[in-house]
Design a protein around this ligand. Structure first.
Ligand code: GLN
Length: 492
């Protein structure tokens, strides 16, 4: 079969179960595509063909023996922030260029236990700091819809790989939008779960109180399959919640759009940088949801202007603390010929970290320093609580909240935005992480340059099933999620 890459996860699962193709055939198919097409997309930092084929053969053997699960033998690729035993894990940084983890992240281990076959590791902004994937030591990934544009970030490799059909689905992480924004830029569905839903064990930390892993795929249905693997309590992550895990696939039809109250935050649609095309496509998608029976309710989210400054204090503060461990001593890059210990620290970190990471370490260290702690860090924490309360109040009168995922479509590579201009592009995604809420991106059309536009739906705590279900209903009635970039149509 030449078009295995066009099959959904359910179709892959069924095809494997009915012996229409083997996991080896499927895996070889994807490896061939990666070898040919990823030269242009540059979504993988590391491809692991030998290992993938060993896992594929093991999956086929298990299936013949009658021990297969629903996903046994289905390929996946992981964002290079998830530790993989025996395979390099870089987090997009030079400082981890030689790092091979001695253990698997829980998300990776769960994937293996479910029988998923690992194709490799995907590019990302260094330590997940960025919105374009250009902040990677390994070079920029391109957007499959237009190779002169970025795929978004920080999970840009994950988004580009899926959008170019170089992986059927992928893991991502979202600290301030890094699943939803690249999903939006690449025309995919991506879910940022409630904080505590997915284990952070073995996921290299950026800002621990905001980081959350989640699925990136073509459809809500495909995401649901991966959520069934990723979600759940983990004793190895103290912030992972012991909360009942839904069967996200079984629940796909459980929420009816009929009668669903969708909150439309007034403030969100008056943001200065909101592109006309994005606004138009998002409004059309809301109209469609209205046609399907939803009610649109105007709401207030008064804290909107505080999102960017609050996040860009808290996230760098936590990052400056988390990144202290990269000191050139225990693991990672070490500067050559240091004259003394201080020189070793200074040069290992100056040579090992890129400019954006260094900028955040400086901002974060400043915000946490004795003289400024109350004025910046503590104040930001107080505002964070107000932002959360704003959402809780809104959820008293609506079921979900709608917004664009990003104010624009994908930027051009090398657009050379200032850091602040770049940070302002995160306006629609940051608050969800500050409040710990779940949210999903769904593709809802294209701008005049044929670049994808995304709708974001934000849910109350633990409402992942509801979000997936609503997007699933929308996707049953529309075909935006089935559109493919020209490069994905190419055969290997
Ligand atoms: N763009 C945001 C940042 O640079 C969000 C990144 C993320 O979610 N990892 O911090």
């Amino acid at each position: 079969m030449t078009d295995l890459h066009r099959l959904s996860i359910r179709e892959l699962s069924e095809g494997l179960a009915n012996a229409q193709f083997s996991s080896r055939e499927l895996t070889e198919h994807y490896l061939k595509r990666i070898a040919k097409i990823d030269v242009q997309v540059k979504s993988y930092v590391t491809v692991t063909p030998e290992l993938a084929l060993v896992e594929a053969d093991a999956a086929d053997t298990l299936r013949k023996a009658g021990g297969a699960n629903v996903l046994t033998g289905v390929p996946i690729a992981h964002k290079d922030i998830f530790c993989t035993q025996g395979i390099k894990t870089t987090a997009g940084s030079k400082i981890l260029d030689n790092f091979i983890s001695p253990y698997d992240a829980t998300v990776v281990a769960k994937g293996k236990a479910a029988g998923l076959v690992t194709l490799g590791k995907l590019n990302m902004d260094e330590f997940a700091m960025g919105s374009t994937s250009e902040n990677s030591y390994y070079g920029a990934t391109t957007n499959p819809w237009n190779l002169d544009h970025v795929p978004g970030g920080s999970s840009g490799g994950s988004a580009a790989a899926v959008a170019a059909d170089l992986a059927p689905f992928a893991t991502g992480t979202d600290t301030g939008g890094s699943i939803r924004q690249p999903a939006s830029f690449c025309g995919l569905t991506g879910l940022k779960p409630t904080y505590g839903r997915v284990s952070r064990f073995g996921m290299i930390a950026y800002a621990s109180s905001l980081d959350q892993g989640g699925p990136m795929a073509r459809s809500a249905e495909d995401c649901a399959y991966l959520m069934n693997v990723m979600a759940g309590h983990d004793a190895k992550d103290s912030t992972s919640m012991n909360q009942t895990v839904d069967n996200y696939v079984a629940n796909l039809n459980d929420t009816s759009v009929k009668g669903l109250r969708i909150g439309i935050p007034k403030q969100y649609f008056n943001v200065a940088g909101l592109a006309e095309d994005v606004k138009a496509r998002v409004e059309e998608s809301l109209k469609k949801l209205e046609d399907l029976g939803a009610t649109l309710v105007e709401i207030d989210l008064n804290m909107t202007e505080s999102y960017v400054p609050t996040y860009y204090l808290i996230a760098p503060a936590e990052a400056s603390s988390n990144l202290q461990r990269f000191d050139g001593v225990r693991y990672g890059y070490r500067a050559e010929n240091p004259v003394d210990l201080m020189d070793l620290y200074k040069r290992s970190r100056s040579e090992g970290f890129g400019a954006e990471v260094q900028r955040r370490i400086l901002i974060g260290t400043y915000a946490l320093s004795a003289g400024y702690y109350d004025a910046y860090y503590v104040k930001a924490q107080k505002v964070r609580r107000l932002i959360q309360q704003d959402f809780l109040k809104a959820f008293e009168s609506v079921d979900v909240i709608a917004a664009p995922s990003a104010p624009t479509t994908a930027y051009k590579i090398g657009a050379d935005l200032t850091p602040v201009e770049m940070y302002l592009g995160d306006i629609y995604t940051l608050a969800v992480n500050l409040a710990g809420l779940p949210a999903i991106n769904a593709p809802v059309g294209f701008d005049q340059n044929n670049l994808p536009v995304g709708l974001q739906l934000i849910g109350n705590y633990w409402s992942e099933s509801q979000l997936l279900s609503v997007v699933h209903q929308y996707q049953q009635a529309t075909d935006w999620h089935t559109q493919r970039a020209a490069i994905a149509e190419e055969n290997a």
